[in-house]
Structures are given as structure tokens and as C-alpha cells.
Ligand binder design. Structure first.
Ligand SMILES: *Cc1c(COP(=O)(O)O)cnc(C)c1O
Length: 464
């Protein structure tokens, strides 16, 4: 880490933060005792903290900063928009130019069946919209019995009541007696962790068949939709075996059930295609989007609505009593438009598919040789390293799941690279503008992090 200037009063900021700020997804006693890391500036793939340390942003913020930090084109587009029209809503027969332009752009960029978008402020709001819209759709179709939604264990669809319920995070469910009624979950396609004796391909078929069984158990006439991330992000970058998605698609085609592909992470180039659905050849009916839509510069999301669903909502429905004050906020639309135009002009998605994606994947997969790594996987620019106490044996896990992951995550941070820990794996999802030199530096730090973590575990007798 390079020390530059320290112009921020770190200690005072930490104290005020501990005194007044409840953080998302944080355990406050430890956080307040240690003091939050204060991030004060960012440029490209680099963050600067209040002590002047430069840290590589290996998570693109929270899986969202596709174009990297600090792009002035976005700042200027938002500034211009705020001067012209700071805010107006889209309720009650009104619209405004940035919302129209962004809706048109999204219809063009998304797969052919999508020609309409419902704007929201976040991925969670997108999934709340999904929850209401699929039920509304089946009411309009004259099938009010179809209300049940199937999600997956360890899926993540946000943190609101609907998002938490559709997601399959058991810890989140336990806080507040969720999911809400009318939602159930099936096994995830996580071969490394749950594949048992099966080959990845066998396990992919098995996991897909859980969907068929769950639909049969509930009754096809009662199931409204199946929701899934093309690649589970927060669940630990779970890339399904090759056999999984074709089999799920086949099962859904045979049955009259809507398919919701949650593209909040996999959208906007993360896999080397504009959408994960294209990468895997999926044909969803609804597609929640957020994160990379604006590269996180301002909060905006949406639900892409296929012609099949939009036709019913528009032509059979009356007023859909749903919307947010900030649906399609003009400044957020301007940020998204500027972000998308950078992505198009600089051919960032092609670059992930043909250049930086393969470049980083090769080096990342090679980390799989490290004695601490049980599996290294990556698609596009999203990957994971499964840390294992005993190389080559997937059944052996570290005691107190999550402890080793946290040690490795903290080590990575002090070595100058933000990675995230999920269970005992390390997760990576860097900005899509990562250069070759930055990729080299990233892998160098990741390897040092593995060495350092291995040394700590060896010292403590936790690895063989
Ligand atoms: C982050 C995420 C969400 C929730 O988005 P927020 O903007 O945090 O509400 C939903 N789905 C997926 C797949 C996500 O990764």
C-alpha cells in the first residue's frame, strides 16, 4: 500500500460513526471496537482510505462499478440533468426525457423478448416489484390460484421483506420469521459444496430436478414463478454445472410458470455478455436489474418485462397500484445513460469476453494449484476461491465455518486488495475496466494473501 496524504481525521470519523450509524450487514460490537475503515476517494479500480492507503477495489464496490470509479462523463451528465430537471415523478400520466431515453436504451440492449421496463431504486425494490407483478399477472390471466413463488436456498434477491423471502439465506430468514407465506426454496446448484459423489454434470441434472419435484409437490396450478440468479453472487459465486440451466429451461417450458432471472449482478457485462441470460441461453419472462446499470454512481434499478407479461399487464390490466416516488429519477437515469454509453463506446462487454476476462481467468484458475485452494472458478470477471483444509477432498471443511474466510479476507484487505469472504471462500468481482497490469497486481496480491493465510493456519495447526 502506498501512503499518500492523510487529511481526514480518521479517529474522529470512526467515533462519530460508532456513535450514530447503524451499518448494513454488520456486527456492530466488533465494528465499533475496531473502528470502520473510512473510504474517502476512488479512481479507476483504486480506493483511497482516510489514512492515505490505496486499495484495489476487487469487488467493484458491491458488484456494481463496471466502468470503474471517478468517470467525469457520468458526473457531468448528472450535473447537467440536475440543472435542467432535478426531479419529477412518473405517476399520473407524466414522463420525462431521461426516463424515456433509458427505457428505449434498455429495450435495445436486453434480449429480444424485453421491450418494457419498470423503474425502481434498487435490486431489492426490483424483486418486490417482481413479487407483486407475477401475482397480478396470474390474476389477470384468470388464474388467481397461481401465487406461489419458488426460489433457491442460498440465493440472494435483496434485503426487503420480499427480497429476503425470495432469497434463501437462512440467517436472514431467522431474523423476523421469514419467508412470508407463499414462497419455498429448492437446493442450489453448488457442486463443490453439495455435489457429494456425483460428477458436476450428474449433480446439475439432480439440482434441476429439484425444481420439477417442488412444482409437482405444490401443484403446477398454484405456482406463479421460479426466481434464480444465473450465477449466485452473494451466495458465493456459484456457477452451475453445464447441465443445470438447459434442464431447468426444459422443465419450465413444459410447465406454465414464469421464469425470473435476477440479473442484478450478472447484468451489464459481468459474464462477458450483456446479460447472464445470454451467456447461459436462458429466456426469462422477467429480469430484475440494478447495480451495473448505473455502475453504482446513483441508485437505480428496474424490472425488464417481456412482451408476454407486458401485453397482459397493459392490455388486460387496469391500473397496477405499484410504484416508487423515485422510480426513474431523472438524475439516476442520466447516470445510467452515461454509464451505458461508456460501456458501449469502449466496447467494455466485448473486452470482458475476449480480452481481460480470459486473461484474468487463466491466472485466477492457476491459483487453484495453491495448497490452500480446493477450487478456483471464474466466468467473465466474477470468481471464487474455495479455501480447503485438505486439498483434493471436498468433504473436508474447516471447523467454525467462516473463520478462515474472514482471516483471508482481512489479510487481503491489509495486502491492498478488497475481496469478500463467503463461508470459507474468497470472492472477486472487479471493475470491468481492469487493465492487464492491474490484473497482474490483483493476482500477485491474491497469491500473497493465500500464502499469508496459509502461514497463519499452519502456525495454528489448522491445515495438514
Ligand atoms: C444486490 C442484489 C440484490 C439487491 O439489490 P439492492 O440494490 O442491494 O437492493 C438483488 N439481487 C441480487 C442478485 C443481488 O446481487
Amino acid at each position: 500500500m502506498t501512503l499518500t496524504s492523510n487529511i481526514y481525521p480518521t479517529r474522529a470519523l470512526q467515533e462519530a460513526d460508532a456513535a450514530h450509524h447503524l451499518h448494513p450487514f454488520s456486527e456492530h460490537r466488533t465494528l465499533n471496537a475496531e473502528g470502520s475503515r473510512v473510504i474517502v476517494a476512488a479512481e479507476g479500480v483504486w480506493l483511497t482510505d482516510s489514512e492515505g492507503n490505496r486499495i484495489m477495489d476487487g469487488m467493484a464496490g458491491l458488484w456494481c462499478t463496471q466502468i470503474g470509479h471517478g468517470r467525469q462523463e457520468v458526473v457531468e451528465a448528472v450535473h447537467r440533468q440536475m440543472q435542467e430537471l432535478d426531479y419529477y415523478n412518473l405517476f399520473f400520466k407524466t414522463t420525462h426525457p431521461p426516463a424515456v431515453a433509458l427505457a428505449e436504451k434498455l429495450a435495445q440492449l436486453t434480449p429480444a423478448q424485453f421491450n418494457h421496463v419498470f423503474f425502481v431504486g434498487s435490486g431489492s425494490e426490483a424483486n418486490d416489484t417482481v413479487f407483486r407483478m407475477v401475482r397480478y399477472y396470474w390474476d389477470l390471466m384468470g388464474k388467481p390460484g397461481k401465487k406461489h413463488i419458488i426460489g433457491r436456498w442460498n440465493g440472494y434477491h435483496g434485503s426487503t421483506l420480499a427480497g429476503t423471502s425470495l432469497g434463501g439465506m437462512k440467517g436472514m430468514h431467522e431474523q423476523g420469521d421469514l419467508p412470508v407465506p407463499g414462497v419455498s426454496h429448492i437446493a442450489q446448484p453448488y457442486w463443490y459444496g453439495e455435489g457429494g459423489d456425483m460428477s458436476p454434470d450428474e449433480f446439475g441434472i439432480w439440482a434441476a430436478n429439484q425444481l420439477a419435484e417442488e412444482i409437482d409437490r405444490i401443484g403446477e396450478d398454484k405456482v406463479a414463478a421460479f426466481i434464480a440468479e444465473p450465477i449466485q453472487g452473494a451466495g458465493g459465486v456459484i456457477i452451475p454445472p453445464d447441465t443445470y440451466w438447459p434442464e431447468v429451461a426444459r422443465i419450465l417450458k413444459e410447465r406454465d410458470i414464469l421464469f425470473v432471472a435476477d440479473e442484478v449482478i450478472t447484468g451489464f457485462g459481468r459474464t462477458g455478455e450483456w446479460f447472464g441470460s445470454t451467456f447461459f441461453g436462458l429466456e426469462p419472462d422477467l429480469m430484475p436489474i440494478a447495480k451495473g446499470l448505473s455502475s453504482g454512481y446513483l441508485p437505480i434499478g428496474g424490472v425488464m418485462v417481456s412482451d408476454k407479461v407486458a401485453d397482459v399487464v397493459i392490455n388486460k390490466g387496469g391500473e397496477f397500484y405499484h410504484g416508487y416516488t423515485y422510480s426513474g429519477h431523472p438524475a439516476c437515469c442520466a447516470a445510467a445513460l452515461a454509464n451505458l454509453s461508456i460501456m458501449e463506446n469502449e466496447k467494455i462487454v466485448d473486452r470482458v469476453r475476449d480480452d481481460i476476462g480470459p486473461y484474468l481467468q487463466k491466472k485466477w484458475i492457476a491459483l487453484g494449484e495453491h495448497p490452500l485452494v480446493g477450487e478456483a472458478r471464474m466466468v467473465g470477471l466474477v470468481g471464487a476461491l474455495e479455501l480447503a483444509p485438505s486439498k483434493g477432498d471436498r468433504t473436508k471443511k474447516f471447523a467454525n465455518e467462516g473463520t478462515v474466510g474472514t482471516i483471508a479476507r482481512d489479510t487481503s484487505f491489509s495486502n491492498g486488495l478488497v475481496m469478500r469472504a463467503v463461508r470459507d471462500s474468497l470472492i472477486l468481482s472487479p471493475p470491468l475496466v481492469l487493465s492487464h497490469e492491474e490484473a497482474d497486481e490483483l493476482v500477485r496480491i491474491a497469491e500473497k494473501t493465500l500464502d499469508d493465510t496459509y502461514a497463519i493456519l499452519k502456525r495454528d495447526g489448522k491445515v495438514g
